[in-house]
Design a protein around this ligand. Structure first.
Ligand code: FAD
Length: 475
């Protein structure tokens, strides 16, 4: 039930994604009266409905298929998988239903007023709500948290009004398994979705405008992934642009501009995954004091406050990195700030994970950033070929590296490529965030045989010699 027109809600959260719903929950846990407004039927935002969760569900299936195929080298041979796309879709949608249903129940249990409507500010104390049936209502508030997220970028050249040209939401619907799929963009979303379709049987071509996949990520981490993707995908074209798309009955013809790349190629579907834009327009922000900055992100300070004293902003709409866990932390900060706590978003390590196979994960300072900042750091690497656990898995292409301050030996960053890197990086986050020094990391007992030992052995290497690698001392 929503507050009536004359009532003033203590807090209204606009957007029910991984920024918005944790903010609403934390506020209710602090005893605040909270409304949570989202135009979607289900809570959970992009992450649960058309982002993190459905993509990881499908990536799990993709990994299963790939591992079954690769087991042939150990003498275990399975037949080619038969893919029942309807059941696969049902599984994926079932996971979404369970998780969004859970958020709905938790929201009810906390007495949060869930309002399904599109919101736009009328002034710094009032939101105009448009319900799905077209009726409107004004909702007055003392504080508002803007958590409207982001949407896929779709430049005009890709808008050819043909359903075969999809964004990530369309690709996650899995309308079919196209014979030939063009993925525009070699960022994490393009590579994750490309991996899913390739495992299911599509011939995937990836086109990336920059000189390498995953621009900005340390090259030594990208290398082992690139090697596997070269085998999985039909083609990867870097330094290549899509100049145009044209719809024909027999497919979409893409005009590609890149050295040595066939200019006109036909695909059955195209996935455009070239980035995301903050949802900061059509929100009536001009009727408030909220200011927009670079690329349309809402400007916030370290306490998530906007330039309007009544309005805070969190999540994708409040800036990079556009990741669910960063949104969740900002939600906690915002509520602590509203309830008088001394909180700031002062995290040093926002982990990032590319959920391909192998996964890539990093946190804290990267080598690329250290170079750009001209900061003196030491980097130690532990190759997974020396890890007993990696050998048992037959996945020795991985690498763990630790970046540390040569003076204080404080751990500044951790980067990992390898199977399960996304789980392993949490130790790096703890190390960076709690100012662990190399000696501590080396002295902590890590369970054997696990991939986590590669973090410990990287630290050992930093101290001189790791048990399972030998490097002759320089005289
Ligand atoms: P969102 O999740 O975008 O939620 C915003 C909500 O606000 C939406 O429900 C929207 O309907 C609502 N809304 C917007 N405007 C209005 C309005 N005017 N009125 C009412 N409601 C409104 N991140 C990770 O950390 N890990 C991953 O593995 C990962 N994988 C991803 C895979 C894909 C394919 C995609 C697309 C994204 C992925 N992300 C991942 C990114 C992640 O989904 C976002 O960072 C996260 O959802 C941002 O949360 P948010 O709360 O800021 O906004």
């Amino acid at each position: 039930m929503a507050a009536s027109e004359n009532e003033q809600m203590e807090l209204v959260v606009v957007g029910g994604g991984p920024g918005g719903y944790p903010a609403a929950f934390a506020a209710a846990d602090h005893g605040m009266d909270v409304s949570l407004v989202d135009e979607n039927v289900r809570p959970g935002g992009v992450c649960l409905n058309r982002g993190c969760i459905p993509s990881k569900t499908l990536l799990h299936v993709a990994k299963l298929i790939t591992e079954c195929r690769e087991a042939a080298r150990w003498g275990i041979t399975f037949g080619e998988p038969k893919i029942d796309l309807d059941r696969l879709r049902e599984f994926k949608n079932g996971v979404i239903d369970k998780l969004t249903g859970g958020i709905g129940q938790l929201s009810q249990a906390r007495n949060i007023h869930w309002i399904r409507a599109r919101a736009a500010f009328l002034d710094s104390n009032t939101l105009g709500l448009t319900k799905p049936d077209g009726t409107g209502e004004a909702l007055r508030f003392r504080h508002a948290i803007l958590a409207t997220g982001s949407s896929p970028a779709m430049p005009p050249i890709f808008k050819i009004a043909d359903p075969r040209v999809m964004d990530s939401s369309g690709a996650l619907e899995m309308p079919d398994i196209p014979d030939r799929l063009l993925v525009v963009g070699g960022g994490y979303i393009g590579l994750e979705m490309g991996s899913v379709y390739a495992a299911l049987g599509s011939k995937v071509t990836v086109v990336e405008m920059m000189s390498g996949l995953l621009p900005g990520v340390d090259r030594d981490l990208v290398g082992p992934l690139k090697k596997r993707l070269d085998a999985l995908f039909q083609a990867i074209h870097v330094n290549t642009k899509v100049a145009s798309l044209a719809a024909r009955n027999d497919g979409i013809v893409a005009e590609l501009i890149g050295e040595g790349v066939e200019s006109k190629q036909r695909f059955d579907r195209v996935l455009v995954a070239i980035g995301r834009r903050p949802n900061s327009s059509n929100l009536g922000l001009e009727k408030t004091q909220v200011e927009l900055g670079d690329r349309g992100f809402v400007k916030v300070d370290k306490q998530q406050r906007t330039a309007d004293p009544n309005i805070l902003a969190i999540g994708d709409v409040a800036g990079e990195p556009m990741l669910a866990h960063k949104a969740m932390r900002e939600a906690k900060v915002a509520i602590e700030v509203l309830t008088g706590g001394p909180a700031e978003f002062d995290n040093l390590a926002v982990p990032a994970v590319v959920f391909t196979d192998p996964e890539i994960a990093w946190c804290g300072l990267t080598e690329t950033q250290a170079k750009a900042l001209d900061r003196t750091v030491k980097v130690v690497r532990f190759p997974w070929a020396a890890s007993g656990r990696a050998q048992t898995l037959g996945r020795t292409e991985g690498l763990t590296k630790v970046i540390f301050d040569p003076q204080t030996e404080r751990v500044l960053g951790v980067g990992i490529v390898g199977t399960g890197a996304g789980e392993l990086i949490a130790e790096g986050v703890l190390a960076v965030e709690t100012a662990v020094v190399i000696r501590d990391l080396a002295a902590c007992i890590h369970p054997h045989p696990t991939l986590s030992e590669t973090v410990m052995e990287s630290a050992e290497a930093a101290l001189g010699q790791a048990t399972h690698i030998f490097r002759p001392r320089r005289r």
